[in-house]
Design a protein around this ligand. Structure first.
Ligand code: ADP
Ligand code: MG
Length: 600
C-alpha cells in the first residue's frame, strides 16, 4: 500500500491560515496597527490606497526588529509575545499568535523596513506569497514600516469577493477607531488616497472619543467608574437622549483590546431600559481592566471575543455602574440607583438538592367519574392523532392496570411502600401486585399533560426571575429558538435573542435548576426538532412534548419516598398514564399470580 498523507508546504499552510486571519483589507489594517502598538510606538501612521486593495501601509516609531527577527516574523507561529502556554493567561499585548504577518505575506506583496534604536542600519525585506524576494540592509528611521500591496494578488477568488471601496473603507475605519480609541496617548494619523482623514494628537480618552466622533460628543458623555477586586470598569456612556436609531458607537475594551460581548451589551441596555426609546441604542465606550488570568482571549483568531471567568459578576457590576452614572449625573431624577435584587447572583450551597417539580393539577379530578378509562383513551386518541403512529397505543390496557389506576387515585393507602430500583424505576407494592414505573417517562407524561393544559387555558405560569444568563446555540437550534420564543414565554421562559445565535435567559420555569438551563433548553430544542421530523405538526403539542422531555426528572436521579409517591399520584391523575408522550410504556405490573408461577 502506498502512503497518501503529505505535509502541506508552508506557503499553502499559511494561505489556509490566512483564510481565518485576513478576510479583507481591514483585517490586515487591524493586525498591522496592533503590531505597531505592541512595539511600544508613540506615533503610528496608517496609509491606505483604494480602500486597502492596492496599499495598506503602517509606519511606526516603535522598537523595530533585528535583522534575524525581520526575517523570522514572517514565519508562522513566530512571536516575541508569548513563550509557553502559561503566558496565554498573562497576555497584555494585542497579538500573541504569531500568525498575522505569515498570513498576510502569503496573500500579498509585502515590503518591510525596520530599524532598532541602537542600530545604525536597518533591514529591508520584500516577500511575495510567502517567498522572500530580497533582504538587504537599508537606511531607515527608528521603528518599522510595513507596506502590504495588492492584497489577495494570488487568490483571485478572494479578491473578487471584496466589496465596494466605500464598504471596505468603512471596515478599515472601524478597525482604526477600535485601536485609536483605546490608545489615546499614541499619536495616530490616517491617510486615504493621499488625503488626511484623521490626525490625532496624544490626549486623554474622552478627548480621543471627541476627536474621532466629533465635537457634538463633548456634551454627550458621562463618565462611568467602578472597581471591585476582580475588575476595574471605567470609561464613558452617552446620555440617554442621544441614543441612536442605528447601532452606533458601542465599544467595550478589555485590557486595551476591543471586544464584542452581547451578554455585557445586554447589561448596559438593561440599565438604559425605560430611559431611551424602543429600538434605539445607547453609546458607550467602556474599559475593563482585569487580571489576564481571569479571562481567556484565546477563542478566535481575530480575537474580538473574550471569555470572562466570572461573567455574571461582571454583568452585575457593569449594570450597577451604568445605573449609578445615569443617576449621579441626574440624567433621570426618578431613577432607582440600587441594583435590582433580582440581579444578585444566587450562590447555591454545595449540598443543594433540587426540589421535586411542583406540578399543578386539579386534585378533585377523577377520570373514572363519568367516563370509563377506555373512553378517555379514545378521546385522547382523537385529540392526539399524532400518537397514532405509535403502535403501543393499540395495545389493550391490562385489567390489572385499570385497577391500580383506580386504587391509586381513590385511596391514599393503596400501595404500601415503594422504593427506587437502579435510580430509574419506582417499584411500588400495590394490592394488584408489584408496580414497576419508569420514573423519567412517568414524569414526562405528567408534565406533558400539564403543559398542554397550561397552553390551552393560557394559565399564568409561575417563573423564577434569573440573573440574566447568556448562551450560544448552534445555528439550527438558534433558528428554532427564534421561531418558538413567544410560545416558550407562555411556558415560563423569558428569553431574548442577542443575535449571532446567542440568547439571554431572563426568567425560567420554577422547576428548572439554574445550573441546568442550557441543558434543559438544548433538550427541548432537540426534542422539538425530532418532533418536526416525526410530523408532529401541531406546534403546541410538539412544544408540550419537548418541554416535558426537557424538564422531566431523569433516570439516575434519586427520589425520596415522598417524591416517589407524589409522582405516582400525579401519574395516575393523567389521562393516558400508561404511555410517555413519545409513546413508550411508562409502567408494567407484576401480578401476584405471575410472581407465584415464577417461584414455583
Ligand atoms: P504576533 O503579533 O501575534 O506576535 P505577528 O505575525 O503579528 O504575530 O508578528 C510576529 C512578530 O513580529 C511579533 O511578535 C513581533 O515580535 C514582530 N513584529 C511585528 N510587527 C512589528 C512592529 N511593527 N514592530 C516591531 N516588531 C514587530
Ligand atoms: Mg500581531
Amino acid at each position: 500500500m502506498s502512503d497518501f498523507i503529505r505535509l502541506l508546504p508552508d506557503a499553502v499552510a499559511n494561505q489556509i491560515a490566512a483564510g481565518e486571519v485576513v478576510q479583507r483589507p481591514a483585517s490586515a489594517v487591524k493586525e498591522l496597527l496592533e503590531n505597531a502598538v505592541d512595539a511600544e510606538s508613540t506615533e503610528i501612521q496608517l496609509i491606505v490606497k483604494d480602500a486597502g486593495k492596492t496599499l495598506i501601509q503602517v509606519i511606526d516609531n516603535g522598537k523595530g526588529m533585528s535583522e534575524t527577527d525581520a526575517r523570522l516574523c514572517f514565519e508562522r507561529h513566530a512571536t516575541s509575545k508569548i513563550r509557553d502556554a502559561q503566558d496565554l493567561f498573562a497576555i497584555r499585548t494585542m497579538g500573541f499568535r504569531g500568525e498575522a504577518l505569515a498570513s498576510i505575506a502569503s496573500v500579498a506583496q509585502v515590503e518591510l523596513k525596520t530599524c532598532q534604536a541602537d542600530e545604525e542600519l536597518g533591514t529591508e525585506i520584500r516577500i511575495e506569497g510567502s517567498e522572500i524576494k530580497s533582504q538587504k540592509p537599508c537606511q531607515s528611521e527608528k521603528g518599522t514600516s510595513i507596506a502590504v500591496k495588492n492584497l489577495f494578488f494570488n487568490v483571485p477568488a478572494r479578491r473578487q469577493f471584496l466589496k465596494s471601496d466605500t464598504i471596505e473603507l468603512k471596515h478599515i475605519s472601524e478597525e482604526f477607531y477600535r485601536v485609536a480609541l483605546i490608545h489615546p496617548h499614541i499619536k495616530f494619523s490616517f491617510y486615504h488616497n493621499d488625503k488626511c482623514v484623521y490626525n490625532l494628537e496624544s490626549c486623554a480618552f474622552k478627548q480621543r472619543i471627541i476627536s474621532l466622533f466629533g465635537d457634538t460628543y463633548k456634551n454627550r458623555l458621562v463618565p462611568i467608574e467602578q472597581a471591585i477586586t476582580h475588575v476595574k470598569i471605567s470609561g464613558f456612556i452617552g446620555k440617554p437622549e442621544y441614543a441612536m436609531k442605528t447601532k452606533g458607537e458601542q465599544y467595550f475594551f478589555v485590557n486595551n483590546r476591543f471586544i464584542r460581548h452581547p451578554y455585557l451589551h445586554h447589561a448596559v441596555s438593561q440599565a438604559f431600559e425605560e430611559l431611551i426609546a424602543e429600538k434605539s441604542f445607547p453609546s458607550y465606550f467602556i474599559k475593563f481592566d482585569i487580571d489576564p488570568k481571569n479571562i481567556d482571549v484565546n477563542i478566535h483568531p481575530t480575537k474580538t471575543e473574550v471569555k470572562f471567568l466570572d461573567e455574571k459578576l461582571i454583568y452585575g457590576v457593569l449594570f450597577a455602574a451604568v445605573k449609578k452614572s445615569i443617576g449621579a449625573y441626574n440624567l433621570s431624577p426618578s431613577l432607582d440607583f440600587s441594583i435590582n435584587p433580582d440581579y444578585q447572583p444566587q450562590i447555591l450551597p454545595s449540598d443543594y438538592v433540587p426540589k421535586a417539580p411542583r406540578i399543578q393539577v386539579n386534585p378533585g379530578y377523577n377520570p373514572f367519574e363519568k367516563t370509563s378509562f377506555s373512553e378517555h383513551r379514545k378521546n385522547h386518541l382523537n385529540q392526539q392523532a399524532y400518537l397514532d403512529s405509535f403502535d403501543l397505543m393499540q395495545r389493550p390496557v391490562e385489567s390489572g392496570v385499570q385497577k391500580i389506576i383506580e386504587h391509586t387515585i381513590d385511596d391514599d393507602n393503596v400501595y404500601f411502600d415503594s422504593f427506587q430500583f437502579l435510580k430509574k424505576y419506582i417499584v411500588a407494592d400495590t394490592r394488584s401486585g408489584l408496580l414497576l414505573v419508569d420514573q423519567q417517562r412517568a414524569h414526562e407524561r405528567v408534565l406533558f399533560e400539564h403543559y398542554q393544559k397550561q397552553m390551552a387555558n393560557k394559565q399564568i405560569v409561575s417563573q423564577q426571575k434569573l440573573f440574566p444568563q447568556s448562551f450560544d446555540f448552534t445555528a439550527s437550534n438558534a433558528e428554532i429558538l427564534n421561531e418558538i420564543l413567544s410560545d416558550l414565554k407562555e411556558l415560563g421562559w423569558d428569553m431574548e435573542s442577542l443575535g449571532h445565535h446567542s440568547f439571554v435567559v431572563n426568567a425560567a420555569p420554577n422547576e428548572v435548576k439554574e445550573s441546568e438551563l442550557k441543558d434543559v433548553l438544548e433538550t427541548i430544542l432537540e426534542n422539538y426538532k425530532s418532533g418536526v421530523m416525526l410530523n408532529r405538526n401541531d406546534k403546541h403539542t410538539n412544544l408540550a412534548v419537548s418541554m416535558a422531555c426537557g424538564m422531566a426528572v431523569k433516570s439516575g436521579v434519586s427520589l425520596d419516598k415522598a417524591e416517589q409517591k407524589h409522582l405516582l399520584q400525579q401519574l395516575f391523575l393523567c389521562q393516558v398514564p400508561q404511555l410517555s408522550p413519545k409513546g413508550k410504556p411508562v409502567f408494567s405490573l407484576l401480578s401476584e399470580d405471575e410472581i407465584h408461577t415464577r417461584i414455583n
